[in-house]
Design a protein around this ligand. Structure first.
Ligand code: ADP
Ligand code: MG
Length: 698
């Protein structure tokens, strides 16, 4: 019986190979099963019949029962339309057809009873419905909730709009024995979370009788999706622990001691010490470390990374530090080289722009173990980059490296190297669970001492004179200022013009010789960029006009003012990153967000959040609610998760519950060996089959 559900969709009456191919292409639906798993995204209540007098103001579909009173053909040619008055006991509304009226007209017998269904619009004082569905009172009526399915233009053109999909789904439901299908979720788990069974859920998500029906069905599928994801990550993690052998780093080494006692100009924060202990603990066990390091902007993650690398070096191993951009890689290279000067450690930089002739010695230095630390970008992933003994990979992630890249780096070592992933800005706990659920987590929850909170202000164009005055005051106190212009992704030229105009205006308001202004943007050659940056770092220039190239990496403690132009164009985490460029010295620092007067509700919320808090974790929570996980994690990475029904910004409580339950189930039965886990186990084996990097489970 159960096999019937895997029948190719082409065999369904009225479908055939052509529509089947389109369904596959547009919705990735190939079988009956696939279509049953193509869920509606909303429902329309068809049990309610409204009256002409009390049409609800809400922007949705309604039903009316009544009769046609008068019919009129209006206009001519293409503008021709059919219009009629539709009455019930309480009043009347207008129905309009712009197309197909020739077929409709004969059916609209005046005085006959009809039920109509459509979306009313208010034209002046009169309600009207264009192209309503009509049925006579003796036809079978649609009752209960009507599901609305996602479809596409191409499918709709072939009659597979929501209604078409609904019909197909209903005929499959009538054909296959859903009740014979086994539930993948174990019964105890279903009971604990009061989840409806699989068969009921499938039926109710497609053909609900009550609102509770579809709400509960959806709840079950959301839980199932999140639970399976969590379980998969736990299995993956367990598998790694059982099958991958790691290096045991018990020592810390002389170089770390030298850095710590003689070279570091400050003490580590308690939070930094705590996470370093957690990291070192991992490295001692003989299992490969897989740890996520979270910390707010400026919390000192780089130093933690460096110390971790020194531990690897102290045990005779090489380290690689992977950054998402060249600017950031350069910055890390410089910071690390400076801190390690005089210590017998070789650091190399490898990015896409390192010339072939310079690559050679780096590649051979890596192979013969001459180079201890390699800092770089995606270029490190290339096959020609081979190490003598890679013991640690640090990924300064900015959400751009996925599981596959992590696996690729892991492959560059005979045993599995330790892996430390750092996020650039905090991400909410539920997202970390979902995207990095296979990693252990350390959090730096404290900033280095002496940082004064940055005062953030939101200002409009009319305040520009005051802004300039404030900037002059700050400069006369010896401070430096950033002014950042947004990148307009669609048009680099426009982007550049925006920046150049800004530079022009600023140069006029802050004229030579009293003031020095420099400009940095993506179009500059690396040497020019470096020169401009250097002039600012040295304090030669007072103002740095820039695009977001300065978002990451730049560290100029004397800069105390960050002005962000057209701030409404930036996302919250980007604004927070930019703000993190100031407040690095002991001076009171300011961030000024300049925007248009007219702001969308969402932009207003972003500006308010920035002025209200400096806490990156709080900002990340707001960001998740405003933008959803796709924008926050980068669409590429969030797309790779392929969540079908769960919504990470709305289902946060469910994420936590699913994780707890997955952990409980996994720790009591890591091989899913008990008979009640049989279906779950089969499913997981199936899943892991399609992911070659991870073998079979159990
Ligand atoms: P992020 O976590 O954003 O990567 P960084 O590692 O760039 O932060 O550190 C920000 C600044 O704080 C750097 O200038 C760094 O030298 C400094 N810093 C790091 N740790 C400490 C500490 N314990 N005490 C004082 N300053 C520190
Ligand atoms: Mg950093």
């Amino acid at each position: 019986m159960a096999e019937a559900i895997h029948t190719p969709i082409a065999y369904l009456k009225g479908i055939g190979p052509e529509k089947a191919a389109l369904l596959k292409k547009e919705l990735n639906v190939a079988t009956y099963w696939d279509l049953l798993n193509h869920f509606p995204f909303r429902y329309i209540d068809r049990s309610m019949v409204a009256t002409c007098r009390s049409i609800p103001e809400s922007d949705g579909h309604i039903q009316l029962e009544g009769y046609v009173d008068s019919l009129q053909e209006l206009g001519a040619g293409r503008a021709k339309r059919l219009q009629c008055r539709f009455c019930d006991d309480t009043g009347s509304i207008q129905l309009i057809w712009f197309q197909g009226w020739r077929w409709i007209k004969p059916t609209l017998v005046p005085g006959k009873k009809f039920r109509i269904f459509g979306r009313p619009k208010l034209n002046g004082a009169f309600w009207s419905i264009a192209h309503p569905e009509i049925s006579t009172a003796d036809e079978q009526q649609v009752t209960g909730y009507q599901p609305i399915y996602p479809s596409t233009e191409k499918l709709s053109a072939k009659g597979l709009h929501s209604r078409g999909i609904e019909k197909m789904t209903k005929s499959i439901l009538a054909k296959v024995a859903i009740d014979d299908l086994t539930d993948r979720l174990p019964e105890d788990l279903r009971e604990k979370n009061k989840l409806v069974g699989y068969a009921t859920a499938i039926r109710n998500i497609h053909t609900p009788n009550t609102e509770e029906d579809f709400v509960e069905a959806k709840r079950r599928f959301v839980f199932e999706e999140l639970f399976l994801l969590q379980l998969e990550m736990l299995l993956r993690k367990g598998l790694r622990k059982r099958t991958e052998q790691g290096y045991t780093f018990t020592k810390t080494g002389k170089n770390l001691a030298d850095l710590y006692h003689h070279k570091l100009p400050f003490d580590l924060t308690e939070a930094q010490k705590k996470v370093i202990r957690e990291i070192h603990q991992d490295m001692k066990t003989g299992e490969p470390m897989n740890r996520l390091l979270q910390g707010d902007v400026g919390s000192g993650k780089t130093l933690v990374a460096l110390i971790t690398m020194l531990i690897a070096q102290g045990n005779g191993f090489q380290s690689a530090l992977l950054a998402p951009t060249e600017i950031l890689a350069n910055q890390h290279f410089e910071t690390i080289s400076a801190l390690l000067s005089d210590l017998p450690i070789n650091v190399a930089l490898l990015t896409g722009s390192v010339k072939r002739s310079l690559r050679k010695p780096i590649l051979s230095g890596l192979q013969d173990g001459e180079i201890n630390f390699l800092v770089g970008t995606h270029a490190l992933l290339e096959d020609e980059v081979q190490f003598s003994n890679l013991g640690l990979v640090v990924i300064d992630e900015q959400h751009r490296f996925g599981v596959a890249q992590r696996a690729k780096m892991r492959g560059k070592s005979s045993l599995s190297p330790h892996v430390l992933v750092m996020t650039a800005t905090p991400i909410p706990r539920t997202l970390a669970m979902t995207f990095y659920g296979d990693l252990d987590v350390s959090v730096i929850d404290e900033l280095p001492p002496g940082r004064k909170p940055i005062k953030t202000m939101h200002r409009f164009e009319s305040h520009r004179p005051q802004l300039y005055q404030f900037m002059q005051e700050q400069i006369s106190l010896g401070r430096q200022i950033y002014i950042v212009y947004p990148l307009i992704a669609e048009s680099e030229t426009l982007d550049f013009k925006n920046l150049e105009d800004g530079f022009q205006t600023i140069s006029e308001a802050f004229p030579l010789p009293k003031y020095q202004v420099s400009m940095v943007h993506g179009k500059l050659r690396p040497e020019e960029k470096d020169r401009e940056m250097q002039r600012f770092v040295e304090g030669t220039t007072n103002i740095m006009v820039a695009t977001t190239v300065i978002e990451v990496g730049v560290n100029v403690p004397n800069a105390s003012v960050m002005v962000i132009e057209s701030a409404q164009r930036f996302g919250l985490s980007q604004l927070h990153q930019l703000r993190g460029r100031v407040g690095r010295g002991a001076d009171k620092s300011y961030c000024i967000l300049m925007t248009d007067y007219e702001l969308s509700k969402e932009s207003k919320k972003r500006m308010d959040t920035m002025t209200e808090t400096n806490d990156g974790f709080k900002i990340a929570e707001v960001d998740l609610k405003l933008r959803g996980p796709g924008d926050l994690m980068g669409t590429q990475q969030s797309g790779s998760l392929n969540l079908k029904i769960a919504d990470l910004s709305k289902d946060q409580a469910m994420v936590i519950q699913a994780r707890e339950d997955a952990i409980a189930l996994y720790s009591s039965d890591p091989k899913l060996a008990s008979p009640s886990r049989k279906n779950l186990r089969n499913l997981m084996v199936q899943l892991f089959k399609n992911k070659p990097q991870w073998d079979k489970i159990g």
